[in-house]
Design a protein around this ligand. Structure first.
Ligand code: UDX
Length: 433
């Protein structure tokens, strides 16, 4: 199969490299010349474990190419994936589809022979219809089918998620289009990953419903955590107690400072916009968005309360800035609101993150960026863990205690058992315990 990825960002690059690894012939296209030049030199534009080796292996095998020339990339393709960004539109929260539509128009002029156009970007219900209309208008002779194939990759585990998916969702009604998609994914469903076919609109909505449900699950346990603190229970016990019920499931029940990242915040908002357009209110998701927004600053206030209620002139060591570990992604990270709340209250924040500091600097220019966890702790009045990087799981507690002005740890990811920290002579605050 000849596969073309339009957009060599997170999704396009990971998917393209994985398809190549399965033996397909893949071209990744991007308008950004610097990005393509870097990729041609073997430098990855994003941090994703294992990606550089995967790319290098498949480039060396001649199965993976990079270009800025969309026409050349598309002309022989069996399937052209649209994997460009769909950021939240400033002002109204709708997904901004201008990149998707611009790509569709360009693809229309470049296809030769029957080609499947695959919406891989997360796009609102009905976008596939619009892409089809754009291509038909731009090139009435074109032979093509438009299918929806949402991705469910988690940052930091994207390659594994791609190669061992829980399911593959394909939406479309053109039999030729569906047959090409079965060939594209054959290596995976031979691997026993279920491939589910449905309507195009069904596939588009599946992506949003899935992410909104996961965001709901996290937000639910976060509110239960708040109740645990009041009634004197441990949310980790409660999460385990409910999660072992197969109908509930144990994943996504880790209480913390609220969800962030490039998907959940944006996709929940976009789902709400769609629900308004179609007059089918999603009240549960509305509540989830509002609760999660409030939670991020509330976590900053939690730190302030743990420090006695007044942090003017005090210093906080903040460990972890990215929205989760194993990524350099700062988008909608709870650490942003936490740091800002502390700064607004008059504290100095000494921060360290293993991968996210360059991305954090423009967002949080007043932080003191440190070279490591111990450097951040030096002279601070409290240590706060905001992201559960493995590097923070085995801190030398005696050394931390000697560096802090007082032994206080606020563990917003419940990384440590309370008795371990208290046993080392600290005051400990977790989430929901
Ligand atoms: C998510 C979806 O998991 C993925 O299927 C989709 O394609 C894109 O969005 P990602 O944004 O990479 O992936 O991160 P994920 O690991 O799902 O975590 C999202 C946020 O939820 C993070 O801020 C994380 O810290 C938080 N989270 C997750 C919790 O607070 N508790 C949990 O139990 C799980």
């Amino acid at each position: 199969m000849h596969i073309t990825m339009i957009g060599s960002g997170y999704v396009g690059l990971v998917s393209g490299a994985c398809f190549a690894d399965f033996g397909h012939d893949v071209v990744c296209v991007d308008k950004d010349e610097r990005k393509i030049a870097a990729l041609l030199e073997g430098r990855m534009p994003i941090f994703e474990p294992g990606l550089d080796e995967l790319v290098a292996r498949n480039v060396a095998a001649g199965r993976l190419r990079f270009t800025t020339d969309l026409k050349e990339g598309v002309k022989d393709a069996d399937a052209v994936f649209i994997a460009v960004g769909t950021p939240s539109r400033r002002g109204d929260g709708h997904a901004d589809l201008s990149y998707v539509y611009a790509a569709a128009e360009e693809i229309a002029h470049a296809i030769t022979g029957f080609t499947v156009i695959v919406d891989k970007s997360t796009v609102p219900v009905g976008t596939g219809d619009e892409v089809e209309r754009i291509i038909r208008e731009a090139n009435p002779q074109a032979e093509f089918a438009v299918v929806s194939n949402p991705e469910f990759l988690r940052e930091g585990a994207a390659i594994d998620d791609f190669k061992r998916p829980d399911r593959i969702v394909i939406g479309g009604d053109d039999p030729r289009g569906l047959e090409v998609m079965r060939q594209v994914y054959r290596p995976l469903y031979l691997n026993k990953s279920p491939l589910i076919e449905m309507s195009r609109r069904g596939a588009e909505l599946t992506k949003y419903a899935g992410n909104a449900f996961l965001a709901t699950k996290i937000t639910f346990i976060n509110e239960i955590a708040d109740l645990c603190e009041k009634v004197g229970a441990d949310v980790q016990d409660v999460a385990r107690g409910i999660g072992l019920d197969n109908r509930i499931g144990s994943k996504f029940l880790h209480a913390g400072p609220g969800y962030g990242g490039s998907c959940f915040p944006k996709d929940t908002l976009a789902l709400l916009k769609t629900s308004q357009d179609y007059d089918a209110p999603q009240r549960i998701v509305e509540a989830v968005v509002a609760v999660n927004d409030n939670r991020k600053r509330a976590m900053g206030r939690k730190v302030i309360a743990a420090m006695g209620g007044d942090v003017r002139g005090k210093t906080v060591a903040l460990l972890g800035l990215t929205f989760k570990p194993n990524t350099d992604d700062m988008r909608d990270s709870p650490a942003i609101a936490i740091a800002q709340t502390l700064e607004d209250a008059g504290a100095t924040v000494r921060a360290y993150d293993p991968e996210g500091m360059e991305q954090a600097k423009p967002l949080l220019p007043k932080l003191v960026y440190c070279t490591g966890a111990y450097d951040a702790a030096e002279g601070a009045d409290a240590l706060v863990i905001a992201t559960e990087w493995d590097a923070f799981r085995a801190l030398d507690l005696d050394r931390i205690k000697a560096l802090l002005t007082q032994p206080l740890i606020v563990d917003l990811r419940n990384v440590y058992p309370r008795d371990m920290i208290e046993g080392a002579g600290f005051t400990y605050h977790g989430v929901g315990r």
